[in-house]
Design a protein around this ligand. Structure first.
Ligand SMILES: NC(=O)c1ccc[n+]([C@@H]2O[C@H](COP(=O)([O-])OP(=O)(O)OC[C@H]3O[C@@H](n4cnc5c(N)ncnc54)[C@H](O)[C@@H]3O)[C@@H](O)[C@H]2O)c1
Length: 395
């Protein structure tokens, strides 16, 4: 085996759809300290895509079982020659928990796409599996933590120059896609707060000092006290059937009175918008107030304009590369990372609380012992009190 300093992490990618392709390219082409040993996806188009975009020699397998049959897994968490060291899981969210628990149980490090799962049961399963295997690294891909602009804002807060951060206002609104792909996707994604809002929730926790990750110097012992949410189906009322909305707003209050609020959507006309404002006692910072694609300004008969990032791929292109490199370094060197599994679980609990709130129309309290949202009475067996409306409904 190569000396530790020269060793490369042997990684396989499970799931090669929209996001899996981004990871496949980044791990194969932009992460020098790893070797991609296989891509796993049952879709018939995967082999062609891999041949054209990565290499004709890279094995493409249909199932995770095929992967584990082909490569030995580490024994006792120790790297061994030819073994598979890590997997990157980018399947639909509904399969995350089962696939992650399987890999963890085999001693294989995991980079798991966000969110951990579509429901609280899956989140807790992954947490339990990780606790049982402390030798295995489990990182949830909360990609904004790897973005240079969010990091610069965070560093400024941590320096104390903005005083104490007490309010985070965040927005994630995807460019409207007329195909309405996100309607059936809702069933497999957990809904807008779990699928999309998880990033905003995570960033707010981080900025407000609630994260237990390395680098958080201004740490707070506050917990989530309660939350409320409303939804509006501006263009896709059929989403209401799944207890989901194409636009939604959430408010979360901490036990020390500080708060965060965000709006989420799937119907932006100008492009992908992803902005964040953090307000402190001595100042405030904005991240990406103008979702500009580049530094070009157009001055013409329409006024002064910039072209907008069309999707999150362009906005977070470099963050995904940093995420891949830091995950690999974390596995090889045992270095701490900027996000912990606990962060992802806490964010998931808040997203679950907001989903309860939007589906019941009630304020959701959090159990102060467990940190979990308490399902409100209005949630059980009725959609009468839902806080989701559309242009045809009346409040
Ligand atoms: N971090 C981010 O900003 C970000 C952005 C987009 C998507 N995501 C996450 O990435 C995940 C995937 O989303 P997507 O849009 O790429 O979905 P997608 O539907 O485009 O791709 C999912 C792929 O998984 C494959 N698959 C399903 N079951 C499998 C299995 N058992 N083994 C191997 N492959 C399997 C499917 O064939 C498909 O190709 C989701 O969890 C989503 O939340 C994260």
């Amino acid at each position: 085996m190569a000396p530790a300093s020269q060793r490369k992490l042997r990684v396989a990618l499970i799931g090669c759809g929209r996001q899996g392709k981004v990871h496949a390219l980044n791990f194969a082409m932009s992460t020098p300290r790893c070797d991609v040993v296989a891509i796993v996806d049952p879709a018939p188009t995967t082999a062609d895509w891999v041949r054209t975009n990565i290499s004709p020699d890279l094995p493409v397998l249909r199932t995770p079982e095929d992967l584990y049959a082909r490569y030995p897994c580490p024994v006792g968490g120790k790297p061994s020659s030819g073994a598979l060291d890590a997997v990157v899981i980018s399947t639909e969210t509904a399969f995350h928990a089962t696939l992650a628990c399987d890999a963890i149980g085999r001693g294989v490090h995991v980079l798991l796409e966000k969110p951990i799962s579509i429901d609280a049961a899956g989140d807790e399963q992954v947490l339990a599996a990780s606790k049982a295997r402390p030798d295995v690294r489990v990182v949830v891909a909360l990609s904004r933590r790897f973005d240079a602009s969010y990091r610069a804002a965070f560093d400024r807060l941590q320096s104390g120059e903005l005083g104490e951060a007490f309010l985070v206002k965040s927005a994630t609104v995807d460019q409207y896609d007329e195909s309405g792909w996100f309607v059936p996707y809702s069933l497999k994604s957990g809904g807008i707060f779990i699928d999309c809002g998880i990033h905003d929730i995570d960033i707010a926790r981080w900025m407000l000092g609630l994260s237990d990750a390395q680098g958080v110097r201004q740490r707070s012992s506050a917990r989530v006290k309660r939350c409320f949410a409303i939804g509006y189906n501006a263009l896709h009322p059929e989403l209401g059937r799944y207890g989901d909305a194409d636009n939604a707003t959430g408010v979360v209050q901490l036990t020390d009175g500080r708060s965060f609020t965000f709006n989420l959507g799937r119907t932006a006309i100008h492009g992908h918008e992803c902005s964040c404002e953090i307000i402190g006692t001595k100042g405030r910072v904005f991240v990406n107030q103008n979702p500009a694609m580049n530094r070009v300004q157009i001055l013409d008969g329409h006024g002064v304009r910039t072209e907008s990032t069309p999707t999150y791929f362009e906005r977070f292109e470099q963050a995904f590369v940093t995420e891949a490199r830091e995950f690999v370094a974390g596995c090889l060197d045992g270095a701490d990372m900027c996000v912990t599994l606990n962060d992802a679980v806490e964010a998931a609990r808040i997203a679950t609380g907001l989903t309860y709130a939007v589906r019941s129309g009630e304020i959701v309290d959090f159990d102060q012992k467990t940190g979990k949202p308490i399902p409100p009475r209005g949630l059980v067996g009725s959609t009468a009190g839902t806080a989701i409306v559309d242009s045809q409904s009346k409040l």
